[in-house]
Design a protein around this ligand. Structure first.
Ligand code: FES
Length: 170
């Protein structure tokens, strides 16, 4: 009887796979997702589904490449308490200055943040309790959230694309 159950589960997996491919067309069988962003102009963003969460790619324009808010206005300016891969442990929290890639969940209670490009100092906003984050996802001092937005693991695969990958244990 066990082999019947195993067969059923395997069969369900085969049936479900095409649906996942439709929902996440770039998702490979190895569990990575390639994301192109060459079509984004400064101030624009795109969202992708990644392992049950949403990842936002934000194209930072020149206005955000200048130094952001004073460090005294930020709760964790060096991102020492916040989660990001080693390569993003810098002020831009990214592998390149003009693109910021982050999980959309607010670090307060998990609401989905949104891009508000009209706000220079805090172009990432949470609609639930109005936490503001700078263009590198660093939380402002007066916010309800305590940590900077989380950065997923990824690496560049071309001039305008990255590959989201599962984090490797350190
Ligand atoms: S959930 Fe974002 S500020 Fe509360």
């Amino acid at each position: 009887m066990r082999w019947v159950q195993g067969f059923s589960i395997t069969g369900l997996g085969f049936l479900a796979y095409p649906f996942f491919k439709v929902l996440m067309p770039g998702l490979s069988e190895d569990g990575f997702l390639d994301v192109e962003f060459g079509d984004l102009r400064p101030g624009e963003s795109k969202s992708v589904a990644w392992l049950g969460r949403t990842v936002i790619v934000f194209k930072r324009g020149r206005r955000w490449l200048a130094p952001g808010p004073e460090v005294t206005e930020l709760k964790d300016p060096e991102s020492l308490e916040s989660r990001q891969p080693t390569f993003a442990q810098n002020a831009a929290r990214s592998y390149r200055d003009d693109v910021f890639i982050f999980y959309s969940n607010c670090t307060h209670l998990g609401c989905e943040v949104a891009i508000a490009p009209e706000r220079w100092e805090a172009p990432i906003q949470c609609p639930c309790h109005q936490s503001g984050f700078d263009a590198s996802g660093r939380v402002l001092r007066n916010a309800a959230a305590t940590l900077n937005l989380e950065v997923p693991n990824y690496r560049p695969v071309s001039a305008n694309a990255v590959r989201l990958e599962r984090s490797r244990p350190t």
